[in-house]
Design a protein around this ligand. Structure first.
Ligand code: NDP
Length: 425
């Protein structure tokens, strides 16, 4: 999260085993997923808002292109390049690389969010028509997809100048289509500017909440004030993005940064998939307003609060334990030893289920869909997709942990039998 761009994180890293269906997947996914983004946006604004409607609500070509969208997208990316380069916040080191070095990263994503918010508030104060983002959504998505393709081609070509230790272990198969898709170079940089780290949590993730705000402003234009459902969706997702940026340092130990090459899969996930599919609920509400009672809203707020609490507490507990197991907040938790010298928590949040952080994330995902009512499936796209993603991711993580920890992992699984949902799964 890091809603961060984690759209396709479920791949292994350090071998040449091909994932996502190998070459066939590497050909089909870059065609199929961009079309899915455009299709879902078109469905969200059609009167039926049904993914099953026939004929499907395909956009006409003049709905897909607007030069203003390209100007806004490039301007937005340029603003974030500038904010990334500003000397605010601390500088952190990533994990040790294969050549023994450690890269430095600016931890100023939260500053970027705050400055972007102030600029947006100024625009709102100046009565800039932010609601026009609704009309521009399809052209913006087309431009983001095009930029993702061009950028990935650039990354692929430049990777041939990178030293071999700078290549991702799983991204150098020699098959151009697969390597382009999965990413060859691990940490492509221009000077000190880290291209992958920049894309992970900034233009796309912050862009997501800006699109949400644009949808809210469109609602104000159409109906005079934002609906309660729209306010809830905007607030919940802003909290999620702000949390990811507040805890930005945590991204440095994720599989995206540590193992995955930077190729089309991550670029498209970061720049197109996250901002344009994660904002579908807000886009849906513009055309399909939903009445929400105070009681219903209170239940949904409580659900989001519980989900957030579980998500944040469990992630923080494990991060704290991994950083400093003797810290008073985790020192008294029960643990089991492993042959690697690392210990596994078997009490606290990680004694409840083996992935309490996923449980919290999924409860939040449900709370983001519920304000959209029960009449349509489309607003539940995120929670359905995310459930599949996290179940697959959990399965992959289990296999990696079993390989890493052997018998100790089996003991943990016996002590904590449920994976994500207590007494269910
Ligand atoms: P996790 O934070 O779940 O980390 C898994 C790792 O934690 C394991 O590989 C193991 O690593 C360690 N671990 C597992 N069990 C224990 C234990 N009992 N005690 C101590 N350490 C343990 O990884 P993710 O990157 O999958 O998830 C991070 C967050 O990001 C989650 O909250 C998830 O929901 C969210 N996310 C959001 C996405 C989105 O698009 N919105 C997409 C993907 C994830 P080791 O032992 O080596 O430390």
């Amino acid at each position: 999260m890091r809603p961060n761009s984690q759209v396709f994180k479920h791949k292994s890293s350090h071998d040449t085993e091909r994932e996502f269906g190998g070459t066939l997947g590497a050909i089909c996914i870059p065609i199929f997923l961009p079309l899915t983004v455009l299709f879902l946006i078109s469905v969200s604004r059609s009167p039926e808002a049904s993914v099953l409607q026939w004929p499907p609500p395909l956009p006409s070509s003049d709905q897909l292109w607007d030069p203003l969208a390209l100007v806004i997208l490039l301007g937005w990316i340029a603003l974030h390049v500038l904010l990334y380069s500003m000397p605010f916040g601390k500088v952190s080191e990533g994990l040790v690389l294969r050549d023994g070095s450690r890269l430095k990263y600016p931890i100023n994503g939260f500053h970027s969010l705050c400055i972007s918010s102030v600029l947006l508030m100024l625009l709102v104060g100046l009565r800039a028509p932010l609601g026009y983002l609704f009309e521009l959504l399809l052209p913006l998505a087309v431009c983001a997809i095009a930029v993702s393709f061009l950028f990935s081609v650039y990354l692929y070509i430049r990777s041939f100048w990178a030293p071999s230790h700078a290549l991702a272990l799983g991204g150098n198969t020699g098959n151009p289509l697969y390597d382009f898709f999965i990413g060859r170079e691990l940490n492509p940089r221009i000077g000190n500017f880290d291209l992958k780290y920049f894309c992970e949590l900034r233009p796309g993730l912050i862009g997501w909440v800006v699109i949400n705000l644009g949808m809210l402003m469109k609602e104000v234009e159409l109906r005079g004030s934002p609906s309660l459902a729209m306010i809830l969706v905007n607030s919940f997702q802003l909290l999620y993005v702000a949390d990811a940026l507040w805890n930005e340092e945590a991204v440095l130990t994720t599989m995206d940064i540590v193992h995955d090459g930077f190729g089309f899969m991550l670029v498209f996930g970061d720049l197109a998939w996250v901002p344009f599919t994660y904002s579908l609920q807000a886009a849906f509400l513009v055309v399909h307003p939903q009445a929400l009672s105070s009681l219903g809203a209170a239940v949904i707020v409580a659900l989001n609060g519980i989900g957030y609490y579980i998500f944040r507490k469990s992630n923080s507990q494990k991060n704290q334990f991994r950083r400093d197991p003797s810290h008073p907040s985790v020192a008294r938790l029960e643990t089991i030893a492993t042959a690697t010298g690392k210990r596994l928590l078997v009490s606290g949040w990680w004694g409840l289920v083996r992935h309490p952080n996923y449980l919290g994330d999924l409860l939040m995902a449900l709370a983001w869909s519920l304000p959209c009512g029960f009449s349509h499936l489309l607003p539940y796209f995120y929670v359905i997709y995310f459930t599949i993603l996290l179940i697959h991711r959990e399965d992959r993580d289990e296999r990696q942990c079993r390989a890493k920890y052997g018998l100790a992992w089996d003991t943990y699984c016996r002590r904590v039998p449920y994976r994500i949902f207590p007494y269910i799964y």
